[in-house]
Design a protein around this ligand. Structure first.
Ligand code: BGC
Length: 714
């Protein structure tokens, strides 16, 4: 049936209109007694007499978040756990993001969901943001490009994606009230940019406004943001929804072009919650909100929803291709592993006798918590992955861990449930051996591995404390002991980082011969680590975010804002100097820089050519595999602008490309197009491209520039 949107709007009563711009409740616990898809985050309202079906919205960035088990139902509704977004960005592979998006999109559709509440594209402003794992990068171009490809993938399946959280939601502390103060330049160049890129390239169906205020106004109540920038300037054609329970004035939200208020509370259970519908109705009766205004919001929503599976009466199977998607999850995470250090420790052979230490071998972290969590049917932990892939592990050691962890979890370290039904998982002791025991394990084995884990999630930021940003004392102790033991016997010792965001590495990185950053890799975790250790996978990930040497080096001094303890305001007074833009300009050496990552092979860059074609600068060069084994390389193009009227960062990423798998001696010519507009700086009022000499810098990381050339723009 074809929906004539204007006809439908003309038939809606004013009450129907008012209630249609408000959602119908979230998850069973929040009051929707009969969710269409259990565990989905929300729904839009059904108007049966007009043939408007309910549509379903569900999280999130690392995989579709729905309840795997339902009451009185023996079927299972597991969705694939993909690597977290930061790891996806570490692939720097647009095609991979498209593939992951497609796979997630299929699960969304086949489980009866209409819109996926992803990707999340806030910026890694500070390493302690609790949701950094859900965001791609500190760089707006990398973020925007990853998001655009992901959105294309999702939407190719006939379901919608949602860019969130629009905008400047770079912390969890007081996220529902904090006022983010940011200059228009930083806003445009850093924080809005990824949204702009993804909207222009991929036309996402929806955008989610954020919880926080932007320069004094809630983003969901900010017409400048939601109308002028988003629609008039960028041409956004979808609809905007609030984040769940965001803002403080429903009428203002409607007036400010925030089309849909989520999750809504038609099924009122929590009496302390305000009723948006009543607020809108009162504003309508006062004449503050007009019928035309409502029509406009409904038009925006319906224009999107008519494309959704629910409107098309799609007969979903509840049987997505989970087997195929597990392979895609594996592939994506295997390209997102970042090899931070390797003094000839890796790869190893199946003969190498390996002693794996750390409770993370059993309690492997597949992803973060909150709305970005997932419920896959399995997660292969590191030890099981190692066994499955035939690594020659010390079985007595892994058995020790299995028993010890079981014992810990049944005594002092019991896992309990939190207020939202989430698991509260006490951290386990890591230093569980005497020097003699370590000595014995060292003598029996050729390589020592320690697995270090971290988890964080929605609602709280990470802590600048031991056990979070810093190593806990027992972690430091066991790393020191293992390092000493293995090295004194002429053996290698490596650390595996199973984390969602940077930690301090500077104080201990010299103690090991290798560091493998596996991030939070999703359900295939153990298989990926084993394949990287064995060299079945040659690491090709690069850092999408800087690992600073010291927290004191981080440019965002105001985090999470002032006053301390209960911040009301966070000032982004570092301006555009976020991430490497800061470290490079102010010559602060990081532990591991943006764009960094090693491979088991080596690459050579040559033959840089630059030409102008119309409004574009075309940068091309050769990348050759000069080592002994096949591998992929992420080639990056940075541009250093002229010293003009406006101060600029030392350099900025303007393009990147991942090669195909190059065999030894094989090369690929990479071509990257940079539009002249992409060289623009926002001077406070508008975008300006300054004349002068631009340096085009091609490299393997932001600090490993291999080729340079000047380009004069006049
Ligand atoms: C989160 C969003 C999420 C929504 C629905 C909010 O708390 O900030 O990212 O999409 O909940 O689950």
């Amino acid at each position: 049936m074809l929906f004539d949107i204007e006809e439908i709007i003309s038939q809606m009563t004013i009450d129907e209109k008012i209630s249609f711009v408000v959602g119908v409740g979230v998850l069973g616990a929040f009051g929707n007694p009969n969710p269409k898809v259990s565990g989905a985050a929300g729904e839009t309202r059904e108007i049966e007499r007009l043939g408007i079906p309910r549509t379903v919205l569900a999280d999130g960035p690392a995989g579709l978040r729905i309840d795997p088990l339902r009451e009185n139902d023996n079927n299972k509704y597991h969705a694939t756990a993909f690597p977290v977004e930061t790891m996806l960005a570490s692939t720097w592979n647009r095609e991979m993001l498209r593939k992951v998006g497609q796979a997630m999109g299929e699960e969304v559709r086949e489980y009866g969901v209409d819109i996926l509440l992803a990707p999340a594209i806030n910026i890694h402003r500070n390493p302690l943001c609790g949701r950094n794992f859900e965001y791609y990068s500190e760089d707006p171009l990398l973020t925007g490009e990853m998001a655009a490809s992901f959105v294309e993938g999702v939407q190719s399946q006939g379901v919608g994606a949602c860019l969130k959280h629009f905008v400047v939601n770079e912390q969890e502390t007081n996220r529902m009230s904090v006022d983010t103060i940011v200059s228009e330049r930083a806003l445009r160049e850093i924080y809005l940019k990824p949204f702009e890129i993804a909207i222009k390239k991929a036309k996402p169906w929806t955008v989610m406004s954020s919880y926080n205020k932007l320069n004094g106004k809630y983003t969901s109540q900010n017409k400048w943001l939601l109308k002028k920038v988003l629609r008039d300037e960028w041409g956004f054609e979808g609809f905007v929804m609030t984040d769940w329970f965001a803002g403080d004035n429903a009428a203002e939200q409607i007036k400010s072009w925030n089309d849909l208020l989520m999750p809504g509370n038609t099924y009122q259970i929590h009496s302390h919650r305000r009723r948006e519908i009543d607020e809108i109705k009162e504003a309508y009766e006062r004449g503050e909100i007009t019928e035309d205004m409502l029509n406009e919001r409904i038009r925006a929503i319906l224009k999107v929803l008519v494309k959704a599976p629910a409107f098309r009466k799609y007969n979903y199977s509840n049987k997505p291709n989970l087997e195929e998607h597990a392979k895609i999850s594996y592939e994506a995470s295997s390209e997102g592993v970042v090899l931070l250090k390797n003094n000839g420790a890796l790869p190893i052979s199946k003969k190498t006798r390996v002693a794996i230490f750390g409770t993370g071998q059993i309690e492997t972290i597949r992803g973060g918590t909150g709305s970005g969590e997932t419920h896959p049917s399995y997660t292969i932990n590191f030890i099981d992955g190692a066994i499955e892939k035939g690594l020659n592990i010390d079985k007595s050691l892994s058995e020790f861990y299995r028993n010890k962890i079981a014992q810990f979890r049944s005594s002092e370290y019991v896992i309990t449930k939190g207020q939202w039904g989430e698991d509260i998982v006490p951290k386990l002791p890591e230093d569980n051996f005497s020097e003699e025991e370590i000595e014995a394990y060292t003598s029996k084995n050729d390589l020592g591995i320690y697995i270090l884990t971290r988890i964080s999630g929605e609602g709280v930021d990470r802590k600048l404390e031991k056990g979070d940003f810093y190593l806990a004392d027992d972690e430091y102790r066991i790393i020191s002991k293992l390092s000493k033991a293995f090295r004194s016997q002429g053996k290698k010792f490596i650390v595996v980082l199973n984390i969602g965001a940077p930690i301090e590495v500077e104080s201990w990185k010299e103690m090991c011969d290798g560091i493998v950053l596996v991030w939070q890799p999703g359900q295939e975790a153990g298989r990926i680590l084993a394949d990287v250790l064995l060299g079945n996978v040659n690491p090709s990930g690069k850092l999408p975010t800087t690992f600073p040497k010291r927290y004191e080096d981080v440019p965002s001094r105001s985090f999470p804002g002032e006053p301390a303890g209960n911040p009301m305001v966070v000032e982004y007074d570092e301006g555009i100097y976020v991430g490497y833009r800061y470290y490079d300009t102010f010559r602060i050496e990081p532990a591991y820089e943006f764009g960094y990552g090693l491979s088991y092979t080596t690459f050579e860059y040559s033959d840089l050519k630059i030409r102008r074609v119309g409004g574009e600068i075309v940068v091309s060069f050769e990348v050759k595999n000069t080592g002994d084994i096949p591998g992929k390389e992420v080639a990056q193009v940075y541009v250093r602008g002229p010293k003009g009227k406006i101060d600029k960062p030392y350099q900025e990423l303007k393009g990147f490309e991942k090669t195909r798998i190059l065999k030894p001696k094989e090369s690929e010519r990479i071509e990257i197009r940079i539009t002249i507009e992409d060289l623009g700086t926002f001077d406070g009022r508008c975008w300006v491209v300054e004349e002068g000499e631009y340096e085009i810098r091609v490299g393997a990381s932001s600090r490993d520039i291999r080729l340079k050339a000047k380009y004069i723009l006049d």
